[in-house]
Design a protein around this ligand. Sequence first.
Ligand SMILES: Nc1ncnc2c1ncn2[C@@H]1O[C@H](COP(=O)(O)OP(=O)(O)O)[C@@H](O)[C@H]1O
Ligand SMILES: [Mg+2]
Length: 248
Amino acid sequence: MPRTSDRDTLPRILADDVHKDFKLRHTHSIKETALAAVRRKPLTTDFHALDGVSFTIGEGEAVALLGLNGSGKSTMLKMISGVLTADRGKVLTRGRVAGLIEVGAGFHPDLSGRENIYLNAAILGMSRKESADRFDDIVAFSEIEQFIDTEVKHYSSGMFLRLAFSVAIHTEVDILLIDEILSVGDEPFQKKCLARIRELHAQNKTLVVVSHDLDMVSNLCERAIVLRQGKIVFDGPSADGVEVLRRG
Ligand SMILES: Nc1ncnc2c1ncn2[C@@H]1O[C@H](COP(=O)(O)OP(=O)(O)O)[C@@H](O)[C@H]1O
Ligand SMILES: [Mg+2]
């Protein structure tokens, strides 16, 4: 049965009038800083990375978060995952959230791949027993058996991705957030990940995906939210969202 965004589903993610500012610094040297202080010029200005963003994403929905560089996509995903908090407004989630947001985030460089699997599984809410039961599957999916006892500081970004993705999809999650990082993997691994993401979608998990591969995301996701300078400019069928983005 096709899933549409207007189907009555339980909300999994709710963003209500979310604002997030970052301070942009204008000065570089001590002299500039002193001069600015004397002239009472502000040293920073607020930059609105997210400027009143509201949406609801239901159970089983796959949503593409689209927008040009700097439009606020990663900031929004970090709010959903809880890494960042809103200055104003709120972001609520229901269920377990796993985020593949920054390559290598959540990994401890001095620990081995094996130790990091246990660490990440614990962060995602798995018990020691659950992680032990799934350990072999996690390693097998990642295809980095050979390096599993190597400290992850020696891993390439592709190897990080393999491990992080593998842990995330072997955890009982309700919401999976994916930020561009799939592009780090090689093509066979990307295909494998995509197949697994489709399976999760079929299992009624909630997905929020950021990718520059517009054909891939509009194929995977039925709905797209398009951001421009921190504001939502479109929320609807993904094919239309891609058009909005391409028109600029
Ligand atoms: N920690 C930060 N400090 C200052 N500015 C930031 C920070 N994180 C993001 N920004 C700025 O906020 C804007 C939105 O960033 P981001 O959410 O990463 O955009 P996107 O993922 O859509 O490319 C960008 O202009 C970026 O430079
Ligand atoms: Mg980004």
